[in-house]
Design a protein around this ligand. Structure first.
Ligand code: PGA
Length: 262
């Protein structure tokens, strides 16, 4: 079984590189002696990546929150996967619902970014999730299947083999609200994602994709999300900005991963 993964999505925080470094160093120090069965990925704003890149360890890696699909050229304001690789970034979040909602991210752009990330040896963390309205209308499965299929439309088996892809189920209505699906609901989404991946590729490829849950994760619910849903890890937003809370989440994941279902 592969390592559990905890991703910290700092979003547009903190406001300075000094603060980012301080936060990172506390997490690093607190988790210095952690077991080898966990991978932690910190995704700060682009401007803080170079400050943090000197601090990495085998368990503590860097990710970006977005990337462009071209490698270089006249694309004002964009950051390419190649630039990210040159900053020691190993992962990239793609298709976060906040980008879909506020920044015009579409299934098409998500698909292009995913392909470009893989081509440049960045491991994508693909975010999919239904809105509250879609959830209320029982359209969750349909929406997730659609988003997954569109994102992976042009991606071949070999491109996602060997644990390169992570899919994060992030119900839009659970992000930053303190409200979450129950563990049965999360488990059924995990099984659905695996099933779709197995259909698109093969069972063995699907089993090598890490499936994460994100949305109002805290130290109170993190352990249950791992133990009772079989999720391979968590994507943590707000709670990752408080060092002690984030460290608690990671420790809970380590403790519960051993008992994980499915
Ligand atoms: P949250 O955010 O943990 O603050 O709900 C999760 C995310 O948006 O990735």
């Amino acid at each position: 079984m592969f390592k559990s993964l905890v991703v910290a999505n700092w979003k547009m925080n903190p406001l300075t590189s000094e603060e980012a470094l301080r936060l990172f160093k506390i997490v690093k120090k607190e988790l210095k002696n952690i077991e080898n069965n966990i991978q932690i990925v910190i995704c700060p704003p682009f401007t803080q990546l170079s400050t943090l890149s000197s601090q990495l360890t085998t368990n503590l890696e860097l990710g970006a929150q977005n990337c462009f699909w071209e490698e270089k050229g006249a694309y004002t304001g964009e950051i390419s996967p190649k630039i990210l690789r040159n900053l020691d970034c190993n992962y990239v979040i793609i298709g976060h619902s906040e980008r879909r909602k506020y920044l015009g991210e579409t299934d098409k752009t998500v698909s292009k970014k995913l392909k470009a990330a893989l081509k440049n040896n960045l491991k994508p963390i693909l975010c999919i999730g239904e809105t509250q309205e879609q959830n209320r209308e029982s359209k969750t499965d349909k929406v997730l299947i659609h988003q997954l299929q569109m994102a992976l439309e042009n991606v071949s088996k070999s491109e996602i083999s060997n644990y390169k892809l992570q899919v994060a189920y992030e119900p839009v209505w659970a992000i930053g609200t303190g409200v979450t699906p129950n563990t049965d609901e999360i488990m059924s989404v995990k099984l659905l994602i695996r099933k779709i991946l197995a259909k698109m590729y093969s069972r063995s490829i699907a089993e090598k994709v890490r499936i994460l849950y994100g949305g109002s994760v805290s130290s109170k619910n993190a352990g249950d999300f791992i133990k009772h849903t079989g999720m391979d890890g968590l994507l943590v937003g707000g709670a990752s900005l408080k060092a002690t809370e984030f460290v608690r989440i990671v420790k809970n994941v380590i403790a519960r991963s051993k008992f994980r279902k499915g």
